[in-house]
Design a protein around this ligand. Structure first.
Ligand code: SF4
Ligand code: SF4
Length: 195
């Protein structure tokens, strides 16, 4: 038998060998969604906009995350804080913040670019939806929930502290008597949208 005809006979047999080996291997089928999938701790899932321990927002509306995004999935509009309506400890805050999950590839470049650690990623991965509109997550959807030490923004800065004190970790909770301010600019924005 020539070498060529020998290999013509052996190749299909070798192929079945792979099949037979696979038949006796442990099956890796995952019973999702019946059994919840546990991700790796540093899995890149849905984003979150974080808060300081008193509830003010960490985002300063700088747009660095949007510039870093290779998929053009982030839209940010910054605005100035005022003493009557303060969302973050510094001069600026993110007035509009959107992430389009129809575009996002969950690469994490945006969180690397964020200078204030305002933007991080959670382990949540169930983002599928049949509507494009629903895949655009707004600031309200992305903003972290309130913990016990927090008062919802907008509210006054911690008395006697400035922006850098927040980043030094000197503010650990909302000052006693902190109350939420009336979000006038947001109401104005809603009126503009309705008009
Ligand atoms: S994870 Fe990547 S693709 Fe998604 S918003 Fe961030 S930079 Fe853009
Ligand atoms: S999330 Fe971070 S990078 Fe993006 S606008 Fe806010 S502060 Fe800037």
């Amino acid at each position: 038998m020539s070498e060529d005809s020998e290999s013509a006979f052996q190749n299909p047999v070798a192929g079945f060998g792979v099949t037979f080996k696979a038949m006796f291997k442990k099956r890796l089928t995952e019973q999702y969604p019946e059994q919840e999938k546990v991700t790796a701790p540093r899995f890149h899932g849905r984003h979150q906009l974080n808060r300081h321990p008193d509830g003010l927002e960490k985002c300063v509306g700088c747009e660095l995350c949007a510039w870093a995004c290779p998929a053009d999935a982030i839209y940010v509009e910054g605005a100035d804080n005022t003493e009557e309506e303060r969302y973050s400890p510094g001069e600026r805050y993110g007035r509009v913040y959107q992430i389009n999950y129809a575009r996002c590839i969950l690469c994490g470049l945006c969180i690397e670019a964020c200078p204030t650690r305002a933007l991080t990623m959670t382990n949540e991965f169930e983002l599928a939806d049949s509507s494009r509109e629903n895949l655009i997550y707004t600031k309200e959807q992305l903003l972290a929930g309130l913990e016990e030490t927090m008062v919802d923004s907008p509210h006054a800065i911690y008395p006697g502290m400035d922006e850098s004190d927040y980043y030094r970790g000197l503010v650990t909770e909302a000052a006693p008597g902190t109350v939420q301010q009336i979000p006038v600019s947001k109401e104005k924005k809603d009126e503009e949208v309705d008009a």
